[in-house]
Design a protein around this ligand. Structure first.
Ligand code: RAM
Length: 338
């Protein structure tokens, strides 16, 4: 009897050793990221950075984007990720508040939830990966617009993404605060238009701005989709020099328009690094190294060490670093990088 038990135990042990690795792959934690919508090269680079950061740590990344940049579409994806029992969800929010019920459901299921690029409210997230200081972005863009008027002032407009995108709205709020300062009294913000991070809508919104405001001097587009569309319209309509474009743009998409003068200069951070930093926040949360509280420290692979700080909205955040300025002097060297 005893011998039989030992024999069975040995067979089970040998079978265990023979079980293919793929059977265990189901247990490998999956780290998900949900971007705003498909068809945005900036988003693709952010997803790529996340994937690189997750895979170099030996885990599996799930990259998702809805077709349209709406909260409803993201809610559907998050429901699927909850059912898939992912370890964490990194959300690039299409809405600050509307995702709260589904993200709370995810947290209750044991999933570590945090936002990146475009935040969700503090009650919906453990922390937020912020690409750059939001107030400085607002201040820098208003100064750029003012300087592009040659210090004379005049009419300016903002071409944003969707009206619900929290990153856009935070930057726009800081731009409005900056505009209220006496040194910018001569600048008049005539309109905030929404191109929804869709190329065609951004083009038609730019055309509408030009029709409605013939004295427009500068368009600030704090979205990579919007700025490229606006610069193309200015170029196609031979308006270079009459209306100038600035904002946040991808060097690869904007090189032509920086070189032709439609956009004298613009700003951005490295979107690959934003996603990569997100990957390390995800694993640090899942592995219990951080909880998302102020003062916690973690290391983010090739980017080095980070500390969680207080965010302006009362939640916490991890700040990637200062943005870069791109102009004629350096665009050639960056256009092939991102
Ligand atoms: C667009 C998106 C993104 C934003 C960049 C600057 O691609 O709206 O969220 O961070 O622009």
């Amino acid at each position: 009897m005893k011998r039989n038990i030992i024999a069975v135990a040995m067979i089970i042990a040998v079978m265990g050793m023979m079980v293919p690795a793929s059977v265990f792959a189901a247990d490998k934690p999956k780290f998900a990221i949900v971007f705003k919508n498909t068809g945005n090269p900036y988003g693709e680079k952010q997803l790529q950075g996340f994937k690189n950061g997750i895979e170099e740590q030996g885990y599996e990344a799930i990259l998702r984007s809805p077709e349209l940049p709406t909260a409803e579409a993201q809610i559907q994806i998050i429901e699927q990720l909850i059912a898939q029992r992912v370890a964490s969800i990194c959300i690039v929010g299409n809405d600050y508040d509307a995702l709260q019920p589904v993200l709370t459901k995810a947290s209750k299921a044991g999933i570590k939830v945090f936002s990146l690029d475009s935040s969700v409210n503090p009650a919906s997230r453990l922390t937020h990966v912020n690409q750059a200081d939001s107030e400085k972005i607002g201040q820098t863009l208003i100064k750029a617009a003012y300087d592009m008027t040659g210090g004379k002032g005049g009419e300016i407009a903002i071409l944003s993404a969707t009206s619900q995108a929290s990153n856009q709205n935070i930057w726009i709020d800081f731009m409005k605060k900056e505009l209220a300062k006496p040194q910018y009294a001569s600048l008049k913000l005539v309109k905030i238009a929404y191109g929804d991070d869709l190329r065609d809508k951004s083009v038609s919104e730019t055309e509408a701005l030009l029709r409605s405001y013939p004295n427009l001097k500068v368009i600030i587009a704090p979205t990579t989709v919007g700025i490229a569309a606006a610069a193309k319209v200015i170029t196609d309509k031979n308006l270079i020099g009459k209306v100038l474009i600035t904002g946040l743009g991808l060097p690869s998409e904007m090189a032509t328009y920086i070189e032709n003068g439609a956009c004298p200069y613009m700003f951005l951070w490295n979107p690959i690094d934003v996603g990569y930093l997100g990957a390390y926040v995800a694993t640090a949360l899942v592995n219990g190294k951080i909880t998302g509280a102020v003062g916690e420290k973690f290391s983010a692979g090739r980017l080095g060490n980070y500390t969680i700080t207080k965010a302006p909205d009362g939640g916490t955040e991890v700040l990637l670093g200062p943005p870069f300025k791109f102009d004629k002097s350096n665009i050639a060297e960056w256009k092939n990088v991102y």
